[in-house]
Design a protein around this ligand. Structure first.
Ligand code: T4K
Length: 704
């Protein structure tokens, strides 16, 4: 399994279908830039969000800062921290201004107002402070100094979209604030920036300057440049801003996961960057304490595929091209530059990935793994739980399933217990009497409670699987039409060691087939979660190669949503889910009508109990081999990998070429094999069946 590289603040696209709809509209309008409807919408949305009178959209925060400096016609010196991104000092120098670097607060890393007070003099024309990592600067003290000296106070708010202090949202502090919409920011527009201000004349002047100095068609009022934001950038920013709640929720979940792990790992302190409720905790900044080398930690993480960054090393004052502006020592800045590192974070990360980072830090520290999820390394005891109907088709299917587990699924599955939950479609009877060839399989049969079955039909058979009492470490919920064709040792071990439920993401939306449905799957899922009273999910899959593949863009959203026919869970997960299964199923049924209510309830239960869950991507072949051209097209558009040659799992019914009736007897199976043509999928499946036949002949299983 190749482990994905983790980046610091990789881009998050909150609503891909929504964004694509906007792109489509842009192309239909043929208005691509120059203050088009998307830019106007973005400016209006942002002004409302920041609670300011004016927001001017520009091509980047850096260009925005330059335009602002030009609009204010500043000259002489500007005081700013050295511990920030190099772009701010760069913008000053570009404008012929002289940066004067102040030191920062040792804890927050934000500009130290008392240091600034000592630096402001007759030549100072402005103060610029950064809300570093989203933590709002000391706005009150800074404003006092600015007022006393009658100079403007400007904020570099590149990190602070959504940040709040004392109930006031960043955007209205100082004379103006400059936000970044860069791809790595919490609200991203590929590139872009926003200048927020309550000063109408200033906003007006910036608008003129960003458009070559034009006012109207012919009048050039000032010497300007090109700082315009294009429609496509604004469309991305609009669709992300529309879903800022999701961004907040996801980034906070990641931050919480880090906090929980790092609390147990001495020597790595997580900075409280944006703790106010409802604000994005986009940056994950850690102070590496004395006794450890931050640079060695970074090197170690990089070797583990975790591209942590040393932002903002070495500090602008120590960058050679700024040497002529560096005349003072900045001890607290130097210390932070030496000690801080920024870890992957933000809305695009999953909490489980935060744990991966912390496990890597633990390995570096030589401590036991930070994660409380890591359990004993002894081989886990596994139990497969399979629903079947009491007829020959199902028993034949499960004959192959059992043989494949015993013979082809690796050492752990070979020793697994297997329990069949038998649908009470008829009066319970001894299966072995009617089908003597099933004797000696070493399998347990449980007839589902007939009363429950009469009430819930096949949901009762699924539910029965939750009720099995056992001491297994890992429970695998499998359908009878699963065939293990390669070792399952790795995913089982992973589920055990990380205490994570692993499942194959279902390949169709559970809501797509609703008659006359025009609602999108996201809103249906949200309705389901609201009905169940669980927090909306922090995880989503969208039209991914191995995930949800559907032609209908309305239904490309799903939270974690497994094909219930193959899920590997720690037993404790199953026990927790069992305690609320009926309740969750009821909530699903109240909220929506779907054939997949158990599967949807499974997603609800995972969230209700806060259980870690991940997708089992590489071993499950079903969606990629569906014969439907739509699946193929969508999969290839999404850059799907071809299923590995060593397919470990077949989920064969529903495929079209193979159905239940082929398992009605040995004769029917023989006839199936005589067909002249099979798709590559069915052919591979047949080869596995042939191999199993040989096994069956050699073992206690009887073919006849
Ligand atoms: N003020 C402050 C305080 C800032 O931090 C920034 C920008 C600004 C002002 C200026 O804002 P803009 O003018 O950019 O609007 C990155 C960003 O380019 C920069 O916007 C950001 N701060 C700075 C902190 O970080 P690099 O050179 O470190 O980025 P790079 O290319 O290494 O990407 C960062 C990570 O994200 C990488 O680990 C890879 C990943 N990534 C990046 C991009 C762009 C992706 O996975 N996909 C992507 O498309 O500067």
């Amino acid at each position: 399994m190749s482990v994905p590289i983790l980046h610091v603040n990789a881009p998050f696209v909150a609503d891909r279908p929504g964004f694509l709809r906007r792109v489509d509209e842009i192309l239909s309008r043929n208005r691509l830039t120059n203050n088009g409807p998307e830019v106007l919408e973005l400016e209006a949305r942002a002004s409302a969000y920041f609670d300011v009178e004016h927001t001017v959209a520009v091509s980047s925060a850096t260009v925005g800062m330059e335009l602002l400096l030009r609009a204010l016609a500043l000259s002489g010196e500007v005081v700013l921290p050295a511990f920030t991104f190099v772009s701010t000092a760069g913008a000053l120098v570009q404008r012929g201004l002289r940066p004067v670097f102040c030191d920062v607060d040792a804890e927050s890393g934000n500009a130290d107002a008392s240091d600034i007070a000592g630096l402001v003099g007759a030549n100072t024309s402005a103060i610029i402070a950064t809300h570093l990592w989203g933590k709002v600067a000391d706005v009150v003290s800074l404003q006092r100094i600015a007022d006393q000296n009658d100079i403007p106070l400007i904020f570099d708010a590149a990190h602070a979209f959504g940040s709040v202090q004392d109930g006031v949202r960043a955007g209205s502090f100082g004379l103006a604030e400059v936000f970044s919409l860069h791809a790595t920011k919490s609200v991203q527009g590929f590139e872009g920036g926003l200048i927020a201000t309550n000063d109408s004349a200033l906003a007006d002047q910036i608008r003129v300057l960003r458009n070559f100095g034009f006012e109207g068609y012919d009048d050039v009022r000032a010497i300007g440049g090109n700082g315009k934001l294009s429609e496509i950038h604004a469309a991305m920013a609009n669709s992300n801003l529309q879903h800022i709640d999701l961004v907040v929720e996801r980034s906070r979940a990641v931050h919480r996961a880090y906090q929980a792990e790092l609390d147990r790992l001495p020597g790595f302190d997580l900075l409280a960057t944006s703790p106010e409720p409802g604000t994005p905790q986009h940056y994950v900044v850690v102070r590496v304490n004395e006794g450890r080398s931050r640079d060695e930690v970074v090197e170690h993480l990089h070797e583990d595929g975790i591209l942590a960054r040393r932002y903002f090393y070495p500090g602008t004052h120590r960058i050679p091209v700024f040497a002529e502006y560096s005349h003072r020592s900045l001890p607290r800045t130097d210390e932070l530059c030496r000690r801080l590192l920024v870890l992957p974070g933000g809305a695009s990360l999953e909490p489980v990935e935060a744990r991966r980072v912390c496990d890597s830090l633990s390995r570096y520290a030589g401590a036991p793994a930070a994660s409380s999820r890591v359990r004993s390394s002894r081989t886990p005891k596994v139990e497969f739980r399979v629903p079947i109907s009491p007829n020959e088709q199902f028993l034949r299917m499960s004959q192959y399933l059992v043989a494949s587990l015993r013979e082809q699924a690796g050492g752990i599955a070979a020793d697994a217990d297997i329990v069949f939950s038998v649908s009470a479609e008829c009066e319970p009877f001894p299966l072995e009497l009617k089908y003597p060839w099933i004797r000696d399989w070493g399998v347990d049969y449980r007839w589902v409670d007939p009363e429950l079955f009469s009430q819930m039909r096949y949901e009762a058979t699924g539910y029965d699987r939750y009720l099995v009492e056992s001491e297994a470490d890992i429970v695998v919920m499998a359908d009878a039409d699963i065939l293990a064709a390669g070792s399952l040792d790795r995913p089982i071990t992973k589920a055990h060691l990380t205490q994570t439920t692993l499942g194959a993401i279902a390949h169709v939306s559970p809501f797509e087939s609703l008659a006359g449905e025009s609602e999108c799957s996201e809103s249906i899922w949200r309705r389901v979660f609201a009905e169940a009273g669980v927090e909306a999910p922090t995880r989503r899959y969208e039209h991914t190669a191995w995930g949800l593949v559907t032609e209908n863009p309305l239904h490309r959203y799903c939270p974690i949503y497994y094909n219930y026919g193959f899920v590997i869970s720690p037993r404790e997960h199953v026990e927790k889910m069992a305690s609320t299964f009926l309740e969750d199923l009821d909530a699903v049924n109240r909220a929506v009508s779907t054939w997949a209510c158990s599967q949807v309830a499974f997603s609800v239960s995972l969230l209700r109990h806060g259980l870690e869950a991940e997708s089992l991507e590489e071993i499950y072949n079903f969606p990629l081999h569906m014969p439907s051209t739509a699946f193929h097209r969508l999969n290839s558009a999404a850059g799907a990998k071809v299923a590995p040659a060593d397919i470990r799992l077949f989920h064969y019914l529903g495929h079209g070429e193979i159905n239940k009736d082929h398992f009605v007897s040995v004769q029917a199976l023989k006839e199936l094999r005589c067909r002249p043509y099979f798709s590559p999928y069915a052919k591979a499946f047949m080869e596995k069946l042939d191999a199993l036949d040989e096994t069956l002949e050699e073992t206690q299983f009887q073919i006849a």
